[in-house]
Write a protein that binds this ligand. Structure first.
Ligand code: URA
Length: 209
């Protein structure tokens, strides 16, 4: 069954509102994306496997709960997905980072892979695919299809904003991959931008417009 988790935490929603404003500077935008990503990581890791470890407090020995951060692999879709990596690494510093680069062939409109690099032993890792915008859903679906071939233990997809069209397309192809988003916006415009959205996430993160 496909699932969409919408993160309604007031801190996330407040920062998202600031992020959407067109007057936000590049550095302000980048900072907000990092902060939201950190808060998203808190939710995305809620079901992370834990194990017990024996530790010494100043008073006695006890068994505490620990995670194995290395088992998480963050997979940004180039280039805008990179904006979400640093904030998540602040919370899970041991996570590995794989990268997927795709472009759309202008003639066939098919997604063409130009970069794919994952850590070893993917079958032991839980992958979180990152892209700020789930717009048409084509690149997200293509990235997840490619990632599935590497056989990670689990896959989830995380974005800042999703369009209903993107969710529908993504879930038609990957009903087994849960989507976590901070908001579901109204629709796409004729150019595939999310409305009301926040504009071009990559350009706003990297200051290229
Ligand atoms: N990609 C973006 O960066 N913004 C959108 O609104 C849609 C796709």
């Amino acid at each position: 069954m496909s699932t969409v988790h919408q993160l309604s935490h007031p801190l996330i929603q407040h920062k998202l509102t600031l992020l959407r404003e067109k007057t936000r500077s590049t550095s302000g935008f980048r900072t907000l994306v990092r902060e939201i990503a950190l808060l998203m990581a808190y939710e995305l890791t809620r079901d992370m496997p834990t194990h017990e470890v024996e530790i010494e407090t100043p008073l006695e020995t006890m068994r505490g709960i620990a995670i194995d951060g290395k088992k998480t692999v963050l997979v940004p879709i180039l280039r805008a997905g990179l904006g979400l990596v640093d904030g998540m690494l602040e919370v899970v510093p041991g996570a590995r980072v794989g990268h997927i680069g795709l472009y759309r062939d202008p003639k066939t409109l098919a997604a063409v892979e130009y970069y794919f690099k994952m850590p070893e032993h993917m079958s032991e890792r839980d992958a979180i695919v990152l892209d700020p915008m789930l717009a048409t859903g084509h690149s997200a679906a293509a990235a997840v299809a490619r990632l599935k071939a590497a056989q990670p233990r689990s896959i989830r997809f995380a974005c800042l904003l999703a369009a209903p069209e993107g969710i529908a397309h993504f879930h038609a192809l990957h009903p087994d991959v849960p989507v976590t988003t901070c908001a579901i916006d109204r629709c796409l415009n004729d150019h595939g931008y999310i409305l009301p959205g926040l504009g071009d996430a990559g350009d706003r993160i990297f200051g290229t417009q």
